[in-house]
Design a protein around this ligand. Structure first.
Ligand SMILES: Cc1cc2nc3c(=O)[nH]c(=O)nc-3n(C[C@H](O)[C@H](O)[C@H](O)COP(=O)(O)OP(=O)(O)OC[C@H]3O[C@@H](n4cnc5c(N)ncnc54)[C@H](O)[C@@H]3O)c2cc1C
Length: 250
């Protein structure tokens, strides 16, 4: 059973009509970068409770708990999150969950991190923490958004890139508008037509690469199928290590 603790909202900002940033202060157990937490909102007057999973954006070393959240039109939790104010209290799970962490991935030459929208969160946590990134010679972060205005962490990513320098390659693709210096189109297309590998002169194969997939389940499933078919890769399991580690947001 989930143990819930009080979390005070220290910052809440609507970054765009459908993108919310929340920062919380709460006494939770230490988590591993890449994991997610559960947030719960209770209304004693209507006797209703709602909870959802959210991935940490902050590294475990930070005392701020941060989430980057897509607001869903008519979404049950989203509509409640929108109404929250600074200093209000909500509930957060004391423990954190999930295996979408570098601890679960064997060392390899290259680590590919694929994400859509707010699913950039776990990678920001992992990259800020840095610890387990030593297991990989090169990290390639491939991030997809619909519009340029969805890139709320762009400066942050650019700063992380400065820390990692040549070790980190960042590829950002925008699927619904063309922008100079950014890729255009869905990640699936870029992988299928070899654009990604060709443009960075890196060959992705079963022997040299581990792959992380996070976010929209269509992207996760499409990429999984492409990687299995084209690259002969397999799912990464504790009992049977493979190349592909995945996390669906819905
Ligand atoms: C392990 C895990 C980690 C997650 N981490 C995050 C996170 O860090 N940030 C975040 O925004 N969401 C995250 N989610 C999704 C989150 O838990 C909720 O599903 C989301 O906030 C919608 O809740 P809702 O009640 O408003 O929508 P609901 O009324 O439950 O409607 C669900 C529908 O909303 C859509 N949807 C759900 N999540 C998203 C999304 N992120 N982007 C676009 N469409 C979506 C899908 O169509 C889904 O069928 C995570 C989910 C999982 C399982």
């Amino acid at each position: 059973m989930t143990l819930w603790v009080k979390a005070q909202i220290t910052q809440i900002q609507l970054w765009k009509k459908n993108l919310l940033y929340i920062s919380l202060k709460a006494s939770i157990d230490k988590f591993i970068a890449g994991q997610f937490s559960k947030i719960r909102i209770e209304n004693p007057y209507t006797n209703t409770k709602i909870q959802r999973a959210y991935s940490f954006v902050n590294p475990p070393t930070s005392n701020k708990i941060e989430f980057f959240i897509t607001l869903i039109k008519k979404g049950q939790m989203s509509q409640k999150l929108l109404q929250l104010k600074k200093k209000q209290n909500i509930l957060i799970s004391k423990k954190s969950y999930g295996f979408f962490t570098l601890k679960e991935i064997l060392p390899s030459k290259i680590l590919w991190m694929f994400s859509t929208g707010t699913a950039i969160g776990p990678y920001l946590s992992i990259l800020q923490e840095k610890k387990d990134t030593k297991k990989f010679e090169k990290i390639i972060l491939v991030h997809s958004v619909r519009y340029f205005s969805d890139l709320k962490y762009l400066h942050f990513i650019q700063n992380i890139k400065k820390i990692y320098q040549k070790k980190l390659i960042v590829i950002i693709t925008i699927s619904r508008e063309r922008k100079k210096n950014f890729y255009y189109g869905r990640i699936q297309k870029l992988l299928l037509n070899n654009t990604l590998e060709k443009n960075i002169s890196i060959n992705m194969n079963k022997e040299n690469s581990n792959i992380m997939l996070c976010g929209n389940p269509n992207m996760v499933e499409d990429l999984f199928k492409i990687l299995v078919k084209k690259k002969n890769m397999t799912k990464n399991l504790r009992k049977k290590p493979g190349n592909i580690t995945r996390e669906n947001y819905w």
